[in-house]
Design a binder for this molecule. Structure first.
Ligand SMILES: *Cc1c(COP(=O)(O)O)cnc(C)c1O
Length: 282
């Protein structure tokens, strides 16, 4: 079918409002303290918004740091943004490791075995690989368990072919308003702050060293006494409302995605008529 006919016959579609995305980004950035870096989360095809147009627009309006779920997504983002920082949040499978180098991606490290394998590969390629350390403060998924973080940090710093550029954790219950969950987020934060104490001060305080934990539902990171200097924002930039007591609660971002359909028929029916299947009462 010709393209013209295809578009003429379109009955239902999704629109992404990139101008709204741009306004959302501007609003969120303006609400962050100047020392807090914005990391844009564009995993899963930019939450279904289409990674190509989304990342292109975000780059145009000044986003320079992205999170993706895996190396394949990372490669896609790299092709759109040659200079951007791209952190791969999920596990990197052994056969995917070369892609980190080929596409200039940043790996999130969880284990010594993985760290060693990447360090060896970097040496063989005569390249330095940027990495972040992920610390598991209670989520129970990716990351080194917080009580083992000190050894792991030391181990990673000993790998000269790896360049440690950041450290992060993920709060498991940040989007829940239940008091127990809020208390757990607090516990996770405390565990994280303790775990990163072994990172040398000159590294930790370097302006481009990223220390991050909060997502859109963030509650914890901008306390002036905290070590955090970045947030990872997904839902909020796409216009999903923040939880009412979050740090960014006062922000109203606009929905970027909308569904549309053509109206096929309008008619008047007697009051009480059911549209569609009639459910008879027994
Ligand atoms: C998806 C994800 C985010 C973004 O969370 P939102 O609630 O969409 O802001 C942040 N960090 C990690 C590790 C994630 O997987």
């Amino acid at each position: 079918m010709s393209e013209e006919n295809q578009s003429r016959l379109r009955r239902a579609w999704v629109e992404t409002d990139l101008a709204a995305l741009e306004r959302n980004l501007g609003k969120i950035k303006a609400a962050l303290p100047p020392r807090v870096r914005y990391i844009s989360v564009v995993k899963a095809d930019a939450y279904g918004h289409g990674v190509g147009p989304t990342v292109s627009r975000l780059l145009q309006c000044g986003a320079d740091c992205f999170c993706v779920a895996n190396t394949r997504e990372g490669a896609e983002v790299r092709e759109l943004g040659p200079g951007a920082g791209i952190l791969v949040l999920g596990a990197v499978l052994p056969e995917e490791r070369p892609l980190l180098f080929e596409y200039g991606l940043t790996a999130a490290l969880s284990t010594e075995a993985e760290t060693l394998a990447l360090a060896k590969l970097a040496e063989r390629r005569n390249q330095r690989l940027p990495v972040h350390i992920k610390i598991d403060t209670g989520m129970g998924r990716m990351g080194v368990w917080h009580e083992n973080a000190a050894d792991f940090i030391r181990y990673t710093l000993g790998c000269r072919s790896l360049e440690l550029r950041g450290v992060f954790t993920h709060f498991s219950s940040a989007d829940s308003a239940k008091p127990d969950d809020a208390a757990f987020t607090h516990t996770q934060r405390a565990r994280f702050v303790r775990a990163i104490e072994t990172i040398p001060h000159d590294l930790r305080e370097a302006p481009d060293f990223l220390i991050h934990a909060d997502n859109s539902a963030g509650l914890e990171t901008f306390a002036a006494d905290g070590p955090f200097n970045a947030v990872r924002v997904g839902l909020l930039q796409y216009g999903l409302p923040p939880r009412p007591d979050s740090l960014l609660a006062r922000l109203q971002t606009e929905p970027v995605l909308s569904f549309h359909s053509r109206v096929g028929l309008v008619k008047t029916l007697p009051v009480g008529t059911r549209a569609g299947r009639v459910c008879r009462r027994r």
